[in-house]
Design a protein around this ligand. Structure first.
Ligand code: GAP
Length: 469
């Protein structure tokens, strides 16, 4: 048995979407009602992968560092928050409608995709001018009859109180960051943090995106992992560089290769209203280089505005130097869902292999880092015979408290190995007739497909050593 590795080729989105559904990573949302566009649910394997991403992030940035503490803020924040943060006025995308078929697009995306002109961050006037001069065809009906480009605010609005018309309008947060700024003072007062320090949060964010899509790349409802790192106003450049390295180190920690990863600095017109410098980590998706995550220097924009709008003093007093100032902020931000998509794409490999019966086949394998793999091991009785099944169940019970472990007694052993390869399980543990004699099992490695024999008494330690979690 062996595998001849073929060079890694970019996998198509259709392949990933189909695998994600077939194997229980991601399902279309509300499917039994015909679906709700651009909503997705995470199945038994997807939810494990999500948990692994979030757990790794928390461990890497909160648990292992002395200078970062956690927070879990509300999704609904005081409405003034979004006036202060600039999101009411600035968090817009340029929208355009086809007058003929009423299809709606983001004007900058339309220009980029139909005309090949980079349009990120262009002003309304510039977008309108390009549309008028170039008259792109509508991707849906082919006509060239466009409304003027106008701004569309991306925040979802809802109401507090039982009567909608009399209720107070509130927004579902479009970023987790603001809860951190609102609680920054409480964190300072309740803990022993000293500048420089960070507050980390994982939580849902919502954006009424005009053009969601590309599977789970751009969602209406998604999860962010954000840190607001509070620093003295002098020397932000050093912190910024250190954070670029820390983000890269985290991406390596979760097993992401550097082959399809690059950094891209935002141009002046592209910068968010709060940012003085932003660098995106981009990934080469099947639909091109796109943002995976980013690092922004938010200056003191947010604290200054919240201080102004709330009337509460948000300055920091340094007891050693006697200096009082408004801290500046460096913000590393990542999306859980987008990272999950990238991990699926990056892990996907196809190669020619030969099965246990000597037959060649095309092997699909998700080469997740063991830290990310939904199951760390799978227990497989060689055949569905009562004595093998009973022993395999015993071994499964031994492993379950140690790490997420799958069990499968259906179909041939070759097919079961293929299934485990396809869901990225690093190690399979096979129970055969020799096991009943010598209390040993076979460990099969997902990547090399090599097999070794190990006594059950040493199994947990042997798996731990190989997984190197
Ligand atoms: N607090 C800064 C902030 O929210 P952002 O670049 O708008 O910055 C941060 O979002 C990250 O959240 C992105 O890098 C991406 O990973 C993720 N993200 C943003 N919009 C998303 C969407 N509509 N669907 C899925 N993930 C999204």
């Amino acid at each position: 048995m062996g595998a001849e590795q073929t060079p890694k080729t970019p996998v198509s989105m259709d392949t990933i979407v189909a695998l994600a559904k077939r194997r229980g990573f991601v399902f279309p949302g509300s499917e039994i009602y015909g679906g709700l566009a651009n909503t997705w649910d995470f199945g038994p394997l997807g939810v494990e992968l999500r948990r692994n991403i979030k757990h790794a992030w928390w461990r890497f940035f909160v648990q292992l560092r002395p200078d970062i503490v956690g927070l879990d803020g509300s999704i609904l924040l005081h409405p003034r928050t979004w006036e202060a943060s600039g999101h009411v006025d600035e968090f817009n995308d340029p929208l355009i409608d086809c007058r003929n078929c009423r299809s709606r697009y983001r004007a900058d995306t339309l220009i980029e995709e139909r005309l090949g002109i980079p349009a990120d961050g262009l002003s309304l006037e510039e977008l309108n001018r390009i549309i008028q001069e170039q008259q792109p065809a509508c991707p849906t009906c082919g006509q060239r009859d466009w409304t003027p480009v106008r701004q569309f605010n991306l925040m979802f609005r809802t109401f507090l109180g039982p009567v909608e018309s009399a209720g107070t309008p509130v927004f579902l947060r479009p970023e987790t960051a603001q809860a951190i700024f609102l609680d920054y003072r409480s964190v300072l007062q309740s803990s022993r943090v000293k500048i420089p320090f960070g507050i980390a949060q994982i939580g849902k964010a919502f954006r009424n995106e005009i053009t969601p899509g590309n599977f789970i790349f751009r969602l209406l409802e998604f999860e962010q992992m954000e840190i607001e790192y509070f620093i003295h106003p002098n020397g932000w450049e050093t912190h910024f560089e250190q954070w670029l390295d820390a983000m890269q180190a985290f991406l390596s920690y979760i097993g992401l290769g550097t082959e399809r990863l690059r950094r891209r600095e935002h141009g002046p017109s592209e910068l968010s209203h709060y940012s003085k410098r932003t660098i995106d980590f981009e990934y080469l998706f099947p639909f091109g280089w796109k943002e995976l995550c980013g690092l922004a220097y938010r200056t003191d924009f947010d604290l200054r505005r919240h201080q102004e709008y709330s009337g509460v003093d948000l300055t920091y007093f340094d007891q050693q130097t006697g200096e009082r100032y408004l801290p500046h902020v460096i913000e590393p931000t990542m999306g859980v869902d987008r990272l999950l998509l990238v991990l699926l794409l990056d892990a996907y490999h196809e190669e020619d292999a030969v099965d246990v019966a000597g037959k060649p086949y095309r092997r699909v394998v998700l080469r997740f880092h063991p830290r990310m793999a939904p199951y760390k091991a799978a227990v497989l009785p060689l055949m569905r015979k009562p004595e093998l099944v009973a022993k395999a169940q015993e071994v499964w019970a031994l492993l379950r408290p140690e790490f997420p472990t799958d069990y499968d007694e259906t179909q041939s052993i070759g097919r079961r190995y293929r299934r485990q390869d396809e869901i990225g399980t690093p190690l399979c543990v096979t129970i055969d007739y020799d096991t009943l004699e010598d209390d040993s099992v076979t460990i099969r490695d997902r990547d090399s497909m090599e097999q070794v024999r190990v006594p059950i008494a040493e199994l947990v330690a042997a798996l731990r050593e190989r997984l190197a979690l």
